[in-house]
Write a protein that binds this ligand. Structure first.
Ligand SMILES: C[S@@+](CC[C@H](N)C(=O)[O-])C[C@H]1O[C@@H](n2cnc3c(N)ncnc32)[C@H](O)[C@@H]1O
Ligand SMILES: [Zn+2]
Length: 281
């Protein structure tokens, strides 16, 4: 087994986890904690405890990678904190999302866009988690949170998951879905890698958040634009273009196309949403 995690508990190793993102065949643990595809010869190395399946990243994913590898991203934690304190506190706010995950011990969870793993301490200690993200800096920041837990970290993209079909009991993805290069493709990938009947929980801010400022309600849309510009100007044009790209994304419709029993619900007084559904089959 490739000891892709720094902390995997013995007895929980998964040799049957990996799939080649280049050709789609099963891949297997190789030398030096690498993962190797026997069909096409691709070798995915492990660097500092993180399995690397993608070096080159493009489009929105590259804009996100640059942002989350850079120094500005902690500013976003302020907006998250503000959302939480105005919605009954951190536990209550996070629970609006986490309560949709299945209950039980020893479950296998995939966390897509795990970031710095801020949600990990809120998950049962007995769960095995695989976290994937495009940002190396975020995955590094995740490491202190995975000590003593069975967590594997992977550097790769939501649209191309390096895991075999039906591997996980559930999948969680928080704070990234609207900005993926291809949100629907990523949801199809999540559904592929979760067992039939398994749960997928996705949460993010509503895609048209930048239309939700107060002034347009009293006929002063230009003041809205000014206000939003004040908040986002330091993020740069490229980042703002990424945020605007999927402003009209119909999350509920995407969910219905891919999942069974799919429900889209606004949370946090309408600034966020949670999408929950089951994998068909
Ligand atoms: C706002 S953070 C959320 C992190 C964590 N889930 C949380 O709730 O705090 C967004 C994360 O999504 C990652 N990300 C963006 N696009 C991605 C993609 N296509 N595949 C994987 N990760 C992606 C970024 O690198 C970043 O770590
Ligand atoms: Zn291959």
């Amino acid at each position: 087994m490739a000891s892709v995690t720094t902390t995997s508990k013995s007895g929980t190793a998964r040799e049957d986890l990996w799939r080649c993102v280049r050709c789609g065949s099963d891949a297997n643990p190789g030398a030096d904690d690498s993962v190797v595809c026997g069909a096409c010869g691709a070798v995915y190395p492990t660097r500092d405890g993180v399995l690397v399946v993608r070096d080159e990243i493009t489009g929105n994913n590259e804009v996100a990678r640059k942002f989350y590898d850079g120094p500005t991203w902690p500013k976003f934690r302020f907006w998250e904190w503000l959302t939480f304190i105005t919605n009954g506190g951190e536990r209550r706010s996070r629970n609006k999302v986490l309560k949709h995950l299945p209950k039980g011990e020893n479950l296998n969870l995939l966390d897509v866009a795990v970031g710095d793993g801020v949600y990990l301490p809120w998950l049962p200690q007995s769960w095995s988690v695989v976290g994937i993200d495009v940002s190396r800096v975020q995955l590094e920041s995740c490491k202190p949170r995975i000590q003593g837990r069975d967590v594997r970290l992977v550097h790769g993209e939501a649209e191309d998951l390096p895991f075999r079909d039906g591997t996980f009991d559930a999948c969680l993805s928080i704070g990234a879905f609207n900005y993926f290069n291809d949100p629907e493709k990523s949801l199809r990938e999540m559904a592929r890698t979760v067992k039939p009947g398994g749960t997928i929980v996705i949460s993010d801010e509503v895609p048209n958040l930048t239309d939700r400022a107060v002034f347009h309600k009293i006929g002063l849309a230009s003041l809205d634009r000014w206000l939003i510009h004040q908040v986002t100007k330091h993020l740069g044009d490229e980042f703002n273009a990424m945020v605007e790209r999927y402003k009209n994304l119909d999350i509920a419709a995407i969910g219905k196309r891919v999942l069974d029993d799919c429900e889209y619900r606004k949370i946090w007084q309408g600034v966020g949403y949670v999408l929950v559904g089951k994998v068909p089959g």
